[in-house]
Ligand binder design. Sequence first.
Ligand code: DON
Length: 561
Amino acid sequence: MQALMCLLSFSAGLYAQGVEPVRAKHGMVVAQEPLAADIGVSVLKSGGNAVDAADAVGFALAVTHPVAGNLGGGGFMLARLADGTSVFLDFREAAAQKASRDMYIAPDGNPTRDSVFGWRSAGVPGSVAGLVEAHKKFESKPWKELLAPAIKLAREGLTVSTPLAASLQTAGPLKQDSESRRVFLRDGNPYKAGDVFSQPELAETLQRISDYGAADFYQGKTAKLLAEQMSSHGGLITVDDLKSYKVVERTPLSGTYKDFQIITGPPPSAGGLGLLQMLGMLDGTDYAKHGANSLEAIHYEAEAMRRFYADRSEYLADPDFFNVPVKELLSPKYIEWRRNTIDPAHATPSDAIFPGLPKALNASARAMHESPQTTHYNVVDEKGNAVAVTYTLNNSYGNGITVPGLGFLLNDEMDDFVAKPGAPNMFGLVGGDANAIEPGKRPLSSMTPTIITKGGKLFMVVGAPGGSRITTGVMQVVLDVLDFSMNPQAAVDLPRFHEQWKPDFLYLESGFPKSVEAGLQQMGYALRPVDGVARVEAIVIKNGTLEGGTQSRYHGKVAGY
Ligand code: DON
């Protein structure tokens, strides 16, 4: 095996030769749509802090990047301020009061598609409340200034780019809804690159948010219209649901990996816990010695992924409804026990891996038996404040429904709950009771906004969209930078892989050498091709210079000054 591994080892250089990041001295925004990234930088240049810029980018993306930028979805903001404090704002969607555990089970006992399509798939949106809350806490610029660029783009229109035209033309869910067809598809005369795309209803909604803040969206005209439309289409969200929606400020999770301090998202995201657990399993192996994406590195990373996703299925959920054993899942003893179950030469079949915690309590006796759409953006300002935001409608264009009169799309985040124990959701994730639907509860997420420091100084800001692959994608880019010394552009460009326990496949992006694929198959992995494992975006601070990486094959932009 050792010989095989040596033979098939590849250094990072083989994959990413001479890729240089965009560099900047003062401030940087990395986002998945260029107009929004530029808006963020102009906020920074005019004296706004990183949170101001993050708010402006969040609203701008709702106009320029409708596939994922949103008012009708939810997400997470992780901020680490220059004084060393960090804050996590949970503005994830919540299940409506009328939601119930079996609401997506058909009479034949099987899950319906209603968690993905139709008005009942939407959770109570949190994005507007989240961005408002961030501004309340870290206010530096006047609120209206942060919304003005988004309002202008919605009202006067933006010039459709080639990627936006392509995205709209291929957006299946938009075709199913008459209002979406009108707003986004011009009733069968789809936008082409160079056309001007204006969104007057969205501009009015944004204007009310600018004038009245969260009060409009959750109690005012927007709330009333949204609730009326919900009720006339059989949706569940009421004025009371909107009124009682709250942003939850949570303590970020943190842990160390080698010389680095990792600050990341707590539940209801599984992402941060997964990142820390997987890094913990890898630390203490010499997985890195053959280089990034070597057979050995892929094997150890994939086995760490498999073990975490087994735990995810059982122990991760909204902590306000389920007692998530965070401490236990991150305890060094437990992680060591999990690590010791990795066979250096073979893939462990997922059927031989279970959610592990109770076993760890009796580890010595039992160890042998264990055999496209969200968006992420990063901002760093001149003072060293850093913000990582991942927010989402879940699917591309959410459930595809535009609320008449309001101009924004609704999420289908309810699909992130477990509709039925053991039945896979749209990302193939399975789970149990912990993540069952309950009124007011937030569905389990994979979003992994993360900030890393070294010696007390800001080192990296990172995150991604990508459904269940977010956590593994973020981890790989973190390892590429921390362990394989890559710059962030080279790191995000490197081919990635993904393993999520069930189904028992190792998903590979294109670009891995055939010999590595053959080596993995020989070790027992069932390989499956995958389009992309998370569109990771990263900023790294090196000797006082900001370096940014965005996926060049997509439409992102590193904007800095
Ligand atoms: O919160 C989550 O984990 C999912 N709703 C994220 C969805 C996603 O990233 C889809 N896009 N690529």
